[in-house]
Design a protein around this ligand. Structure first.
Ligand SMILES: *Cc1c(COP(=O)(O)O)cnc(C)c1O
Length: 431
């Protein structure tokens, strides 16, 4: 299917039914699978034959959907996880454990930042954070002899900074480690990080891929290009026998194409069990079938709303990578030529008070902590998620008191603009 255009893969990737088989992917809601002989099952346990035995490790419905995401990203192997958090945890922990170090870009999603800087730090993995626009010297200085990976987001949530994937990939490869890119906001429709040198891609499928606010989930995709044996001393988990799994050496048995995902499945999924339900995988697949159509509309709506906001004198600033005034516009043109995503941030004149009044006057745009949904939603961090901070603390955290994050859905842009306009009218600001 990989020679097909991406729109076709969205609709038909991962599953090709044979004569008389179901047209839609079957939901295999079974924890376990039956075998006729103990010998047949033993082969599965030794990873000598592929097949299913227990849905904590692998399930046919989940694998079908993982295969579609694998084709969308242009990878060689993929797995689903129960959430985006689990995907990013597995992606790192698969190659960096106690005593290791990872370089991460600092504008990443708050949940991921917390996972790295608090929880994984307690597990003995150290992180050095660098600004997305750090100098080459700063990036270089972040590496240590025990560095095992570099991590960033194609478009950071919610900072909307665009990652210079080639620059971060080059730095990672100079130090013999892979670049892991969280591609949640761009989706493979707008950017395929493997084409720019990334080695592993992760997703919170909860966002655009599901797209309907229905199922929390995550995914990890391997490009199959990173040569673990070329840096064998750094990655003993892949290049030496796994005593907990029948003495298998993953990189030897499954090659560059399959080692990383097989290890994450056989070892991490076995031990942590962060597996999605087949029902959730099915719901995710319904979202994927229209991903290409929705992304186009999300981006068109965001562009229309951003342009309206630029011209409204009651708005103090607008931040959206597609706008020419954006500091990352050149990066957006290179990595996201068809558009970035549906999320915009902007400020309302009058600071925190005006922003609060504006938010409560919206009728169509709903106040939610969610983003990347078919329905437009918005958030005023200063009065919700960051409400314990005063204005100067907010400023230090890079969130101004007037900042509003708007995730444009796939409704009519005219209706979204009309809603924003009537909410601004309630402020009675004279420009
Ligand atoms: C939401 C999000 C996550 C976390 O995903 P969950 O599915 O909520 O666990 C990780 N990375 C990015 C970029 C996100 O937007």
């Amino acid at each position: 299917m990989s020679h097909k255009k991406i729109e076709t893969v969205c609709v038909q990737g991962g599953y090709t039914p044979e004569n008389g088989e179901p047209r839609q992917i079957p939901i295999i809601q079974s924890t376990t699978f039956k075998y006729s002989t103990g010998e047949a099952m033993a082969k599965l346990f030794d990873l000598e034959a592929s097949g299913y035995f227990y849905s904590r490790l692998q399930n046919p419905t989940c694998d079908t959907v993982a295969q579609k995401i694998c084709e969308l990203e242009g990878g060689t192997a993929a797995m689903l996880t129960s959430s985006g958090q689990a995907a990013n945890f597995f992606a790192i922990f698969n190659i960096a454990t106690c005593g290791d170090h990872v370089v991460a870009e600092s504008s990443i999603y708050g949940g991921t930042f917390n996972l790295f800087s608090v929880t994984m730090k307690k597990m003995g993995v150290d992180f050095t954070f660098v600004a997305p626009d750090c100098t080459d010297a700063e990036l270089e200085a972040a590496f240590r002899p025990n560095t095992k990976a570099v991590f960033g987001e194609t478009i950071a949530n919610p900072a909307l900074r665009v990652l210079d994937i080639e620059r971060f990939a080059d730095a990672a490869h100079r130090h013999g480690v892979p670049l892991i890119v969280d591609n949640t906001f761009a989706t493979p429709i707008n950017c395929r990080p493997f084409e720019f040198g990334a080695d592993i891609v992760t997703h919170s499928t909860t966002k655009y891929m599901d797209g309907h606010g229905s199922a929390v989930g995550g995914a990890i995709v391997d490009s199959g290009r990173f040569d673990w044996f070329a840096h064998a001393d750094k990655f003993p988990g892949l290049t030496t026998p796994d005593d907990s799994y029948h003495g298998i050496t993953y990189a030897e048995r499954f090659g560059k194409e399959g080692a990383y995902i097989t290890k994450a499945t056989a070892q991490l999924m076995r031990d942590f069990g962060s597996t999605p339900s087949p029902q959730s995988a099915y719901i995710l697949n319904l979202g994927l079938e229209s991903l290409h159509v929705r992304m186009e509309r999300h981006c068109a709506n965001a562009r229309a709303v951003a342009n309206y906001l630029l011209d409204d004198p009651r708005i103090s600033w607008v931040f959206y990578p597609d706008l020419e005034n954006n500091p990352d516009h050149a990066l957006a043109k290179k990595y996201l030529p068809n558009g970035s995503c549906g999320v915009i941030s902007f400020g309302v004149k009058g600071g925190r008070k005006a922003a609060e009044k504006f938010m409560s006057s919206l009728k169509l745009c709903a106040i939610e902590t969610h983003v990347a949904d078919a329905r437009t939603c918005c958030l005023h961090p200063a009065s919700t998620t960051h409400r314990q901070m005063n204005d100067s603390e907010l400023e230090a955290a890079g969130v101004s008191a007037d900042l509003i994050r708007l995730s444009c859905g796939i409704e009519s842009a005219d209706d979204l603009i009309a809603d924003i306009k009537q909410a601004l009218d309630t402020l009675k600001i004279t420009a």
